[in-house]
Ligand binder design. Structure first.
Ligand SMILES: NC(=O)c1ccc[n+]([C@@H]2O[C@H](COP(=O)([O-])OP(=O)(O)OC[C@H]3O[C@@H](n4cnc5c(N)ncnc54)[C@H](OP(=O)(O)O)[C@@H]3O)[C@@H](O)[C@H]2O)c1
Length: 186
């Protein structure tokens, strides 16, 4: 099953400024860790480089880059992916699309490759104004989500972050998997 997880800023859908996430919400980071622990994630090279020591323990990481010779930090658990079709073979794993913007857009503006489920975390607070760099947003993906998905749960709020699970229209839902994801969210 393919899923996605993000934390976007309310209204403007910003997820980053330059290479940084412009807020520090410990509970949100912990939720990301809980949801993806023991699972597989796919991340763009920029996002991968932003992980401490280019790793996140206890998960497989598929790193998207156009550079087939890109060197990952852990050859046992991290894998270079140069084309999203290479991920078609691993959909028996629970795979989380984890950013950044180019990777969300790559999968989440195309109904064929869009994830079955989105863990939509929406931050209502202030953006760190001290950061310089280009704002990075996922507006097109949020519009796509609102058109092609339905909220599966009512949202919960923690530390100014509203969290809701969305499921793609006409998807055959595996209730056990969805319930398992929700249990790791709350
Ligand atoms: N708030 C959140 O939930 C969240 C989550 C993750 C990231 N972020 C933020 O998102 C921002 C980074 O996003 P970004 O879009 O700049 O970078 P990114 O998506 O993390 O990585 C971009 C890189 O991915 C590779 N790539 C992109 N499209 C590809 C394709 N079709 N095939 C193969 N490789 C491809 C390229 O690597 P090469 O250049 O090596 O070819 C590209 O430079 C940062 O601000 C980060 O903090 C936010």
């Amino acid at each position: 099953m393919k899923a996605a997880i993000w934390c976007r800023h309310k209204d403007d859908c910003i997820i980053g400024i330059g290479p940084n996430i412009p807020w520090h919400i410990s509970s949100d980071f912990k939720r990301f860790k809980r949801v993806t622990k023991g699972k597989s994630i796919v991340a763009g090279q920029t996002t991968y480089e932003s992980f401490p020591n280019r790793t996140l323990p206890n998960r497989k990481i598929y790193v998207m880059t156009f550079d087939a010779d890109y060197q990952v930090s852990d050859k046992q658990n991290h894998f270079v992916v140069t084309n999203k079709s290479q991920l078609d073979d691993i959909l028996n794993e629970e795979l989380y699309i984890s950013g950044g913007a180019s990777i969300y857009r790559l999968f989440m503006t195309d109904i064929e490759t869009a994830p079955d489920v989105i863990v939509d975390c929406c931050y209502q607070g202030e953006i760190d104004a001290s950061l310089t760099g280009q704002p990075v947003d996922v507006k097109s993906c949020v519009e796509f989500m609102e058109k092609n998905y339905l909220p599966y749960t009512s949202s919960i709020t923690e530390d100014n972050v509203d969290v809701c699970l969305w499921v793609k229209n006409n998807t055959q839902i595996n209730e056990t998997q969805i319930t398992d994801i929700w249990k790791r969210i709350v």
